[in-house]
Ligand binder design. Structure first.
Ligand SMILES: [Zn+2]
Length: 161
């Protein structure tokens, strides 16, 4: 088949367009990793924050969440702040597999309190010795019960400090 000049041009143009589309640098896909078992709690944290007028954007915060074996046996969860990489909420796998929904929410919200809200530990207790904050250090200086009846009070405290 005889290809004339103009159809050759068209072919070149087409292929360069295709090549162009193909080679064009894509917007870097910021695919943050949040363990599928943690997503529920990350979402709940964002919703509870929104109810109290605080916007939480994990993408903007560059925050990931994973469940893994934390070697230090005293550590159940961590907020790891990495300057070059995404920050991470890390929950110990062994601990995670042995706790119920309330305790799962507590540990994730506590770590998000560090990572998202920049909160430090707070071991203040009531006269009866009850922890006043979900941000208690877990060293037993106050008594902590997190359940349906204490939840909203603790969340109000968490997001108002
Ligand atoms: Zn902590």
């Amino acid at each position: 088949m005889k290809i004339n000049k103009s159809s050759l041009m068209t072919i070149c143009l087409l292929s360069s367009l295709l090549a162009c589309t193909k080679d064009e640098p894509q917007e870097p896909e910021v695919e943050l990793f949040i363990d599928e078992e943690l997503v529920l709690y990350f979402d709940a944290f964002r919703e509870e924050a929104a109810l109290r007028g605080i916007e939480v954007d994990y993408e903007a915060l560059n925050l990931e969440g994973r469940i893994e074996n934390i070697r230090d046996r005293d550590v159940l969860g961590q907020c790891r702040v990495n300057s070059a990489e995404p920050d991470e909420v890390v929950i110990d796998e062994f601990y995670w597999n042995g706790i119920d929904d309330d305790e799962r929410e507590f540990i994730v919200f506590h770590e998000l309190g560090h990572c998202v809200l920049n909160r430090d530990h707070l071991d203040t207790s009531s006269a009866s010795g009850r922890c006043l904050s979900i941000m208690h250090s877990g060293t037993g200086r106050c008594r902590f019960t997190y359940n349906a009846s204490t939840r909203s009070g603790y969340l109000d405290e968490l997001f108002s400090n």
